[in-house]
Each structure stands twice: as C-alpha cells, then as structure tokens.
Design a protein around this ligand. Structure first.
Ligand code: FAD
Length: 353
C-alpha cells in the first residue's frame, strides 16, 4: 500500500522528534518512520553508566524542558530515553516504529518515493534524521583477523561486569574512549590499557556541554555577522572531564599509550616491537552517518557526506538532513542544538510546498 503525506521523516530519535515538533507547527502533514521498535533513538542502546555531559535543562528539545533527574546533575541515558518517549507522547507525534526505510527515490512528478520494509510512501519532502549509531566505524589495522580474543565497538559495550578479571585494550581518544576506559578502570576488576592516536586532550574541568554550546553559538553568530572566526570548540580539547573521567584521570588510571601498529593472535604490538596481551579490544573509534537509504538519489560527495546548504541537500531541494554531525549545522547532533536546525528545515519545507 502507498501512503501520501507532505513530509516523511526518516528516524525517530531526538532529531526526528524535533523535526516533527516543527513540522506540526508549520501545519504540515507528516509521518516519522523509525527502524527501532522502541522510543529513544541511540540513547536506548548506550552503555549502563553513561551520563550526559550537560545538565538536564541544557539538554532539551524545543517546547519542553528536560526535567532534572533526582540526585544527578548530569542525567543518565535512561533518563533521556524517558524524556524522548514522553516528548513524543505529549506532542502526539506520528511515529511509526519498527519501520526501516531502505530507499528514497526521485519518484514520479513532484513526490519523492520512500520505500520501507512495511510499505511505501509518497512525500513532497523528506527529512533524513537517521543518526550514526547504526554505522560504527572500525579503522583498518594489520592483523585484525588474527586476534583470537573479543573485538567490540562502543555500540557493543555495556558494563565492566562483562570483563571481570580480563585484560582489555580501549582504543580511542574521544569522549567514548575516555569514558569507557574510565568505567573499566574505576571498577577495579579489569586490567585496562587505554590507547589513543594522539595524546588525549582533556577540556578544563569547569567546561561541560553548556560551555561548549555557548562557544559554538558565539562562533556561529560571529560568522553570521561577518566578524572574524572565534575558533569554536575544536581548539579547547576533545574530552569533557565528566565526573568519572575526572576521577579516573586524577587517580592516575587514565594514562594513554600511543596507537599500536598491529594486532597479534593474543594482543597488540607497537612499532618498537613491544607487545601487550589482551582478552578484548574495545574500538571507540567513532561512527559514520547512516545515509544508505539515500543512495538512489546519488548525492554523496567523495568524502561520503551529502553536501548541504544549512540542512537542505544541495542536489535535491526536497531533502533535508538533520542530526548526524556539525556538517548539517552547528551542534546538530546534540539535544540542545538540533531544535533550531529542525525549525529552519521545517520552515524551508513549508515555503517550498
Ligand atoms: P539517533 O539517536 O541515532 O536516532 C536515529 C534513529 O533513526 C534511530 O531510532 C534509528 O533506529 C533510526 N534509523 C536509522 N536508520 C534508519 C532507517 N534507514 N530507516 C528508519 N529509521 C532509521 N549529545 C548531547 O546533546 N549530550 C550528550 O551528553 C551526548 N552524549 C553522547 C554520548 C555518546 C556516547 C554518543 C555516541 C553521542 C552523544 N551525544 C550527546 C550526541 C547525540 O545527542 C546522540 O548521538 C543522539 O543519539 C543523536 O540523535 P539523532 O536523532 O541524530 O540519532
């Protein structure tokens, strides 16, 4: 059966819900199609001890403040899932769960054709908000097939209990790598080696997601007003010193080794021939954007992204991209940042239609 709507939103995580909020305000008829069977987007899959790097009131979608979590300045992932589930219900957003979009095609006439595993939609515009969680990235490394232990990515990590008594190598100098290394090290029952491509750069202890957002906002304003570039957040460091990271670092448990050059059957080897045995390697090496469903539109650049002006795809004015990363707009892949961009996308679509 083919459904007809003004707009299809692909993905019902925070970006898809923010899009829904603003499409509703524009009076547009829309459906959100989400592959996951339950609300919460990527947050429902994150590891047990994960907390936000901003307080609740600085982690809100448009229209509704995230309530504080009792006893926690920085809410945990479960609190975010509850907030998103409540948000969706409160605004009565039409989210169809367990529906994976396989292809978006140019279609016939003025409509795009959206093919999902549960049906087909014809829409005058599409907002793609499929995130990155479903596309974990693993770097190429010699010997990957040789290692006889367990290899996991951030997406598979749950808690230190899964590694009791084991030697674990955590790879990655970003927030996920630092937080998972700290989680394992503070547990006290896991032998952890933390490995980073370059020396880890901790942000000052008083900088959390609030300050990062303020710096990003100041940069955007400066650029919009033709003033000189204020540098943005990249110059400040990479790792937010959230309480567990700070505790592990201050206890001397977060000392990074440089990247090894190959895997062996029972561990890893560095360029100077030194070797470490390991039972498991956890790759905290990032993600790529989930864009496969847009392949029929043939819009990707050599870098693998779809070039955009704001959120609008340069090669297809009926397509907007939301979330994913800063390339679809400043702070687009954050709870607090996605709202403004969702508003811009919904307005642009309303004008187009
Ligand atoms: P997602 O939450 O991944 O949602 C995408 C949805 O699209 C999913 O439900 C998925 O099932 C669905 N989907 C995917 N493909 C398809 C398809 N083909 N068809 C239909 N549906 C599809 N941000 C903050 O603001 N504060 C933080 O503290 C913070 N901490 C983070 C910690 C970690 C470890 C990570 C990885 C990210 C963190 N972020 C944080 C960044 C960001 O807020 C999250 O990554 C967030 O989940 C992104 O939301 P999203 O809606 O863009 O994508």
């Amino acid at each position: 059966m083919t459904h007809r709507v003004d707009v299809v939103v692909v993905g019902g995580g925070q970006a898809g819900l923010a899009a829904g909020y603003h499409l509703r305000r524009q009076g547009l008829d829309f459906t959100v199609l989400d592959a996951d069977p339950a609300p919460g987007g990527a947050w429902q899959h994150m590891w047990d001890s994960l907390h936000l790097f901003s307080p609740a009131e600085h982690s809100s979608l448009p229209g509704r403040l995230m309530p504080a979590q009792a006893g926690e300045l920085y809410p945990d992932a479960g609190h975010v899932v509850d907030y998103l589930a409540d948000y969706e219900k409160r605004y009565d957003l039409p989210v169809q769960r367990g529906t994976r979009v396989n292809a978006v095609r140019g279609g016939v006439g003025d409509r795009l054709l959206i093919e999902a595993d549960t049906g087909t939609w014809r829409a005058r515009a599409v907002i793609s908000a499929a995130g990155t969680w479903s596309r974990p990235f693993l770097p190429a490394i010699p010997g990957r097939g040789l290692f006889a232990g367990r290899q996991l990515h951030t997406v598979n990590y749950r808690s230190p209990a899964d590694f009791t008594g084991q030697r674990v190598i955590v790879v990655g100098g970003g927030n996920s790598g630092a937080q998972i290394a700290a989680d394992l090290a503070l547990d006290g029952h896991v032998e952890v080696t933390w490995v980073t491509q370059r020396p880890p750069r901790f942000l000052a202890d008083d900088i959390d997601g609030r300050a990062l957002f303020d710096v990003a906002t100041a940069r955007r304003r400066a650029l919009e007003e033709g003033r000189s570039d204020t540098g943005g957040v990249a110059s400040l460091g990479d790792i937010v010193a959230v309480p567990p990271v700070r505790a592990a670092r201050d206890a001397g448990l977060l000392v990074a080794k440089p990247m090894f050059s190959q895997l062996t059957a029972d561990g890893v080897r560095w360029a100077d021939a030194s070797h470490a045995r390991a039972d498991a390697i956890i790759w905290c090496t990032g993600f790529r954007p989930a864009l496969a469903h847009l392949a029929p539109l043939n819009l990707r650049s050599a870098r693998g992204h779809i070039p955009t002006d704001g959120t609008r795809a340069l090669g297809e004015p009926r397509l907007h991209l939301l979330g994913y990363g800063d390339w679809t707009g400043p702070a687009s892949a954050t709870l607090i940042g996605v709202g403004r961009l969702a508003r811009d996308a919904a307005r642009a679509i309303a004008q187009l239609l």
